[in-house]
Design a protein around this ligand. Sequence first.
Ligand code: TLP
Length: 345
Amino acid sequence: MTKTIDFRSDTVTKPSEPMRRAMATAEVGDDVFGDDPSVNRLESASAERLGKEAAVFVPSGTMANLLAVMTHTRAGDEVLMGDECHIFNYEVAGSARVAGVQVHALHNHADGTLGTAEVEAAIRAPNIHAPRNPLLCLENTHNRCGGAAVPIAAMDEMTGLAHRHGLAVHLDGARLFNAQVALGAPAARIARDCDSVSFCFSKGLGCPVGSVLCGSKEFVAEARRNRKMLGGGMRQAGILAAAGLYALEHNVDRLAEDHVNARLLAQGLSKTGAFAPIEPHSNIVVADIVRGEVDVWLRRLAEHGVLAVAFGPQRLRMVTHLDVSAADVEEAVSRIERIAGVVAA
Ligand code: TLP
């Protein structure tokens, strides 16, 4: 039987045996009472890694971002963010519906950055007619920009600008440890001047569930109240936190392998002549389709046991992760070559 090679996302990883053992033997308690030792350990380890005072464990990256927006703003405020960012494109407009804010989406450059002049121009002067701008949201690595690792200088430029104008900065760091590996700089440095930062355990780190939102003690205490309001107060969540603790210890540095595999995959795709991939910085390969339609490609790939997702009418995305090896990538490339007709079937 043909082995399925699943590049749809790094969220598809299944917990390894040792991770499952760590989960099965986790010490637990009722986390809403603050009694779960594993969750408490995960929250302090995460805060420490990110150089922040505190952290709160949440079920998903989407909830972490929504909590950040809710906690930094009041209903009726306006939040600035890039038009390619995850919050704007893939979070079901929760910022508008649940947090009650208006989003002003600014042009994202192909490298995941925002233009300084454009951000500055978007910050409104206080005026009785105007919404307030308490928050700027950034993303690193940048998913829709081909997993771009946004350089530290660009991060510092944005945080400096935001702070000069009195805005807080939230970093959607769903794949922040991929940025750490790609930039060769600690996650805490990348997020140093961000007022809040979230990252996901459920992506490249290989856990079944979970994200954290980190920030000051005061900010996290308020986010914890908001988490309860959203129904995200979990009970013996230490079972899940144990997976996160395992991942922080074992699955961070190995992300470098996923980055190497993504480069291999991108080279293979461009060799077929059917795709023009963006050169990957991390574990995400976004490729424009030069020959054929995205739906046809996805169907033909799936028929040959290679799974990808559409990222636009002429674009697809493939993500490398813990559960695909270099050999799997080579195998996938040879199947793709056959489909593209480069190699005789
Ligand atoms: N992204 C998913 C899809 O929603 C696109 C994926 O497969 O990449 N921030 C960023 C940058 C993300 O890429 C994601 C997930 C999230 C936040 C949300 O995380 P979850 O899925 O845990 O809510």
